[in-house]
Design a protein around this ligand. Structure first.
Ligand code: CAA
Length: 425
C-alpha cells in the first residue's frame, strides 16, 4: 500500500451487511395487533422486520458483517489501523463493542479502537472520523473499518413496534475507494437539543415521541441539506443523481425527499413524486426487508442503491443524509467510482437477506418477552442455536463477561501476523 498523495481520493471501498437469521412478516404483526396490514405495508412501507435471537447481538452481527467484508472484498485485515463501531445498542457501560469486534476478527494491535454514540448518527460520526484520519495522512496508507450495528426495539404493541429491525453494516474506508469517493470537508450539519427518541440506561426498549420525531427529522433535512446546498452552489457542484436517506421506515425517506423538494427546492407535488421514484426509491429495498437498523440504516440504503443501480451510476454524484435523534444531522455527497458495478456484484450485498427464517407471531413475542434473560454462567463451549459459520453471543460467564463463539478463527484475541487467515474463514 502506498502513502497518501494530495491527489488521492478517500471514501467507501467496500460494504457488507449482516442480518439476524429470523424475521417477522408485517402482515402477521398487523393481524395480531388488529391493524389493517396496509397501514404497515403501504402506510409505513415495511414488509418484513429482522428479529435478533438470543444469540445475536450488536457484537455478533457487527463481527459477521466485518468478516463478510474482508472475505467478499478480498481485503487483508492487517491493513486496518482504525476500528470504530457506531451503535445505539450498547452492551456495557465501559467496554466498547469495537474491542470485541477487534478481538474476534484478530485485527492488528496497532489500531485505534472505539465506539461512537449519537442515536442513529453514531455510524456517520465514525465514518467522518475515519475519512479525516485518512485525509490527514495519519493513516499512513492503512484503512479504517467502520461498523454500524444495532437492534431497534420498541415496546410490544406500541406505535413504534412495526418500525423495529436489527442488523449491521461494515464499511471499509480507504484511499482510492472502489465504491464511493466521498467529498471530505463538504458537509451540511444541523443540531438541536430535542427529546424525540431516547433510551434511559435501564431500558432495552427505546422511548419515542413518534410524530414529533418525524417533524424533528424533517427540520433536520431542511437544516442540513440547506447548509450543504449553500456551500455546493458556491463550489459549483454538479446535480445529485440519487440520494440515500436514513430510513427508520421506508415512508420516512419519501417524506424526507418530498420535504427537501417542496420546502427547500421549490418543486411541485408531481415533480417531487417523480424525483422520489427515480432518485430515492431504488435505495429502499433492503430497508423494507430488515426494518430500522439505526446507525446502519443510511449505509444499508447506500448498499441497496449500489446493488440495484451501480451499473448506471458510475461517475454520478450521490447525496447522503444521516439523522440521529436528540438530534444531529449531516448531508454530504460522493461520486460512484469507475468499476463500482462489477465490484458491487462481487460483494453480493443482498446475500445475508436471503434464506432467512420466518417467525410466527407467538415465536416473535416469546423472543421479545425473554429480552434481557441472557444465559448466565456459560463457558465458550456452551450450546448456541446459530449455524456454525455465524458469530454467536453465547452468554455471560461467572465473572459477568460476555462470551462469544466464532467458528474460525477462535474467539480469543490473536497476535498480528495470524490475521490473514481470516479472509478465508
Ligand atoms: N392503509 C394505508 N395507509 C394507512 C392506513 C391504511 N389502512 N392507516 C394508516 N395509514 C398511513 C397513515 O396515513 C400514515 O401515513 P402518512 O405518514 O403518510 O400520513 C402512516 O400510515 C402511519 O400512520 P400513523 O401516523 O397513524 O401511524 P402511528 O401514529 O401508529 O405511528 C410512527 C407512526 C409515529 C412513525 C410510529 O411508527 C413511530 O413512533 N415509529 C418510531 C419512530 C420513528 O421511526 N421516527 C422516525 C423519525 S426519528 C428517526 O429517524 C430516528 C430513528 O431511527 C428512530
Amino acid at each position: 500500500m502506498t502513502e497518501r498523495t494530495s491527489s488521492s481520493t478517500v471514501g467507501i471501498d467496500a460494504i457488507a451487511l449482516a442480518a439476524p437469521r429470523t424475521y417477522l412478516d408485517l402482515v402477521d404483526l398487523a393481524s395480531a395487533r388488529g391493524v389493517p396490514s396496509d397501514k404497515y405495508t403501504k402506510g409505513l412501507g415495511a414488509i418484513r422486520m429482522a428479529i435478533a435471537g438470543r444469540h445475536e447481538d450488536p457484537v455478533s452481527l457487527g463481527t459477521d458483517a466485518a468478516s463478510r467484508l474482508f472475505a467478499r472484498g478480498g481485503i487483508d485485515p492487517s491493513r486496518i489501523g482504525y476500528v470504530a463501531v457506531g451503535t445505539e445498542t450498547g452492551i456495557d457501560h465501559s467496554k466498547p463493542i469495537a474491542s470485541y469486534v477487534h478481538g474476534l476478527l484478530g485485527l492488528p494491535p496497532s489500531c485505534r479502537v472505539f465506539d461512537t454514540k449519537h442515536a442513529c448518527f453514531g455510524g456517520t460520526a465514525a465514518l467522518m472520523g475515519a475519512l479525516e484520519w485518512i485525509a490527514s495522512g495519519a493513516a499512513r496508507g492503512r484503512s479504517a473499518l467502520v461498523v454500524c450495528a444495532d437492534i431497534a426495539r420498541y415496546a410490544l404493541g406500541s406505535p413504534g413496534e412495526p418500525t423495529q429491525g436489527a442488523g449491521a453494516v461494515a464499511l471499509l474506508v480507504s484511499e482510492r475507494p472502489r465504491l464511493l469517493e466521498l467529498e471530505i470537508g463538504h458537509t451540511g450539519t444541523f443540531a438541536r437539543d430535542v427529546h424525540d427518541f431516547w433510551r434511559p440506561l435501564s431500558r432495552r426498549d427505546a422511548l419515542v415521541d413518534g410524530h414529533f420525531s418525524v417533524s424533528c427529522y424533517l427540520d433536520a433535512v431542511a437544516g442540513a441539506f440547506g447548509a450543504w446546498r449553500d456551500e455546493d452552489v458556491r463550489r459549483g457542484g454538479d446535480p445529485l443523481a440519487r440520494t440515500a436517506y436514513h430510513v427508520p421506515y421506508v415512508k420516512m425517506a419519501k417524506k424526507a425527499d418530498r420535504h427537501r423538494a417542496i420546502a427547500c427546492e421549490g418543486l411541485d407535488e408531481a415533480a417531487a413524486e417523480a424525483r422520489f421514484a427515480r432518485e430515492v426509491a431504488p435505495s429502499l429495498a433492503f430497508a423494507a426487508e430488515v426494518g430500522n437498523v439505526y446507525t446502519g440504516s443510511l449505509y444499508m440504503a447506500l448498499a441497496a442503491l449500489l446493488h440495484a443501480e451501480a451499473h448506471v451510476l458510475e461517475g454520478a454524484r450521490v447525496g447522503l443524509f444521516s439523522y440521529g435523534s436528540g438530534c444531529v444531522a449531516e448531508f454530504f455527497a460522493g461520486r460512484v467510482a469507475a468499476g463500482a458495478a462489477g465490484f458491487a456484484r462481487e460483494l453480493a450485498l443482498d446475500e445475508p437477506l436471503r434464506d432467512r427464517v420466518r417467525l410466527d407471531f407467538d415465536a416473535y413475542e416469546a423472543i421479545r418477552r425473554a429480552d434481557g434473560d441472557e444465559p448466565a454462567g456459560v463457558t465458550a463451549g456452551s450450546a448456541v442455536d446459530l449455524p456454525s459459520d455465524r458469530c454467536a453471543f453465547v452468554g455471560i460467564d461467572a465473572a459477568e463477561r460476555r462470551v462469544y463463539r466464532r467458528a474460525s478463527p477462535a474467539s480469543a484475541p490473536r497476535p498480528e501476523g495470524s490475521v490473514a487467515r481470516i479472509a478465508a474463514a
